[in-house]
Design a binder for this molecule. Structure first.
Ligand code: COA
Length: 260
């Protein structure tokens, strides 16, 4: 299968999936989401693959979010569809894959980028990584599962603070919060992810698939939260704050929210 926005390679039963839009800091446009879905579908199907690692190309970003340019003029209906389709096609899909997916966070993991890392089964990061959910600074909320998975991983209070301040945390804080499992220098990140993946390949793939299912089952009671997020995310698209937030980003200026 050939891709425009991602690179997939397979070695020693480990698939390496790299988001490859470095000029846009690997921002997730719709095409990239479709391609990632295709790649992970293939990971699930391919009997020679036991574990996948997901990372971003270049040294600056894992994924700097959903592509703001693509959704800036969406309506409420389109906003809801964007969140619902994205969650189903990629974020929930990765979380429920029967094979482990490790996120190697090599730089900015913002908005949809952090949501993507959080949909993976666990995360390792470079010491240069910066993580955050800046959506409210754009007049919108996280729409790819961020309001649900961030509190699961770091606790409600920390998630509230991160989402409300729209700020970024560095790798040491992410480690302290339990958002990432290990932090290493940039050049050691992929070797570490590969070492962990290799260790996993020694174990029973069938048992690991069942373990993923059982662990995820414990969080199923949040299913209504995801629906609420889709709906609230969509509502943001009808506000003047959203129009101002996204326009300000694209015009490279600070937003002044009218507060409608
Ligand atoms: N969507 C679309 N384009 C994005 C993007 C995103 N989420 N994040 C970065 N880009 C683009 C920039 O528009 C810029 O494109 P250009 O060169 O054509 O102007 C390019 O990637 C490089 O980004 P730039 O902002 O110049 O880099 P920087 O080092 O000054 O800042 C960030 C880096 C990550 C702080 C900044 O890009 C940023 O705030 N991005 C948006 C993060 C965000 O809000 N994500 C959540 C979206 S819901």
């Amino acid at each position: 299968m050939s891709y425009q926005n991602i690179i997939v390679s397979i070695e020693n039963e480990i698939a390496l999936v790299t988001v490859n839009r470095p000029k846009k800091l690997n921002a997730l446009n719709q095409e990239t989401i479709r391609e990632l879905h295709g790649a992970f579908k293939e990971v699930e199907r391919d009997k020679t693959v036991k574990v996948a690692i997901l990372t971003g190309s270049g040294e600056k970003a894992f994924v700097a979010g959903a592509d703001i340019a693509e959704f800036a003029d969406f309506s409420v209906k389109e906003g809801k569809e964007l969140a619902a389709q994205g969650q189903k096609m990629l974020f929930d899909f990765i979380e429920n894959l029967s094979k482990p997916v490790i996120a190697a966070v090599n730089g900015f993991a913002l908005g949809g980028g952090l949501e993507l890392a959080m949909a993976c089964h666990f995360r390792v990061a470079s010491d240069t990584a910066k993580l955050g959910l800046p959506e409210v600074s754009l007049g919108v909320i996280p729409g790819y599962g961020g309001t649900q998975r961030l509190p699961q991983l770091v606790g409600k209070g920390r998630a509230m603070e991160m989402i409300m301040t729209a700020g970024m945390i560095g790798a040491p804080t992410a480690l302290e919060y339990g958002l990432v499992n290990h932090v290493v220098p940039q050049e050691e990140l992929l070797p570490l992810a590969q070492k962990l993946a290799q260790k996993i390949t020694n174990n029973s793939s069938v048992a690991i698939g069942h373990a993923i299912k059982a662990i995820n089952a414990g969080f199923m009671n949040t299913v209504n939260g995801y629906e609420t997020e889709v709906s609230a995310f969509g509502e943001c698209f009808g506000t003047d704050d959203f129009a101002e937030g996204t326009t300000a980003f694209l015009e490279k200026r600070k937003a002044h929210f009218p507060g409608s």
